[in-house]
Design a protein around this ligand. Structure first.
Ligand SMILES: Cc1ncc(C[n+]2csc(CCOP(=O)(O)OP(=O)(O)O)c2C)c(N)n1
Ligand SMILES: [Mg+2]
Length: 318
């Protein structure tokens, strides 16, 4: 979690220097959701799909963080050869399916991936993440209906961080217990505290087990919080500094550090070494991204069209 936090702090810094362009949505504060999920899932076979707040999930799934940083820099060594950018990290090899900028767009795709697993008799489970804003999209309801009907091996996970851009959940929902949306589809559903990875793991394990055993989908709401703005261009007029400070008091990294110290899982010296190792790895990612070349212009013709004789291909830049 510390590495993810520092990795994204670095992204914020290089974004201000305009080395990373476009939008940048950071995950700071929500790390326990990912840490708990990774613990609960089977790292050998399960899959993950999420929205655009997607820099650290692929790292958690095993993608080399250098390649993630290079992708954000738009460099040819990035996960999508620099053509995806911040919102579209993807690695089929690591079973991480993006990275989606259309709010709620990943929800039916997550069910589709689960459909393929069921169809081919594979016992993988797909964790399909979405925000509290995404649950107001019609596609959620179409997907929940079919996922239950077909008993797909998928867990729908709502990361309720309280806001969709600048709009709070209370301003857009007639009821704020988002997990209850699952009741309408007779799907197991529950609400989980999301600032501690242990709570998250315990909340997700039964749902993942059920999906793997053929028991169909679940709908889990995880209560979390983001410290930074929606994206880097957010003046955050919709919330108070005090509110952010209150959540920082239950910061997932501090909570875990406290347990490590109390239970003497690591000495002060070892903790310091971890801090140094994290800082070094982040520096290595930055250097790699800085030193990598931009992709060749022509690559856009090679990556868009599968069909080899597509009419545009002869127009390749000479
Ligand atoms: C279909 C669609 N509508 C609107 C937007 C603009 N938009 C981008 S992010 C966002 C808010 C989504 O909030 P939430 O689902 O809670 O995710 P969070 O950013 O909190 O992680 C909106 C409305 C979009 N990208 N796609
Ligand atoms: Mg949100």
């Amino acid at each position: 979690m510390l590495f993810w936090r520092k990795f994204e702090d670095k992204l914020a810094a290089v974004y201000i220097q305009q080395k990373v362009r476009g939008f940048l949505h950071l995950y700071n504060g929500q790390e326990a959701v990912l840490a708990g999920s990774l613990h609960a899932m089977d790292s050998e076979k399960d899959r993950m799909i999420t929205a655009y707040r997607n820099h650290v999930q692929p790292i958690g799934m095993g993608v080399d963080p250098k390649r993630v940083m290079a992708e954000l820099y738009g460099k040819g060594t990035g996960t999508s050869q620099g053509l995806g950018g911040s919102m579209h990290i993807f690695s089929k090899a690591h079973r991480f399916y993006g990275g989606h900028g259309i709010v709620g767009g990943q929800i039916p795709l997550g069910a589709g991936i689960a459909f393929a697993d069921k169809y081919f008799n594979r016992d993988s489970v797909t964790l399909t993440f979405m925000g509290d804003g995404a649950v107001r999209q019609g596609s959620l309801h179409e997907t929940l209906n079919l996922a239950t009907l077909w008993q797909l091996p998928v867990v729908f996970i709502v990361e309720n961080n309280g806001y969709a851009m600048g709009t709070s959940v209370v301003r857009t929902a007639s009821h704020t217990d988002i997990y209850k949306l699952g009741l309408g589809y007779e799907m197991p559903c529950s609400q989980v505290e999301g600032m501690n990875p242990v709570d998250v793991a315990k909340g997700l394990e039964p749902a993942i087990d059920l999906a793997r055993k053929g028991g169909g989908p679940s709908f889990i709401e995880i209560k979390t919080y983001r410290y930074r703005g929606h994206s880097m261009s957010d003046a955050q007029k919709y919330r108070t500094k005090k509110e952010v400070e209150e959540y920082r008091k239950i910061d997932p990294i501090s909570q875990v550090l406290e347990i490590i110290k109390q239970k003497k899982y690591a000495s002060e010296k070892q903790i310091k070494e971890i801090d140094e190792r994290v800082a070094k790895r982040v520096r290595e990612c930055e250097q790699y991204a800085e030193q990598s070349p931009f992709p060749e212009d022509n690559i856009m013709y090679d990556v868009v069209y599968q069909q080899k004789d597509y009419p545009f291909i002869p127009h390749k830049i000479q």
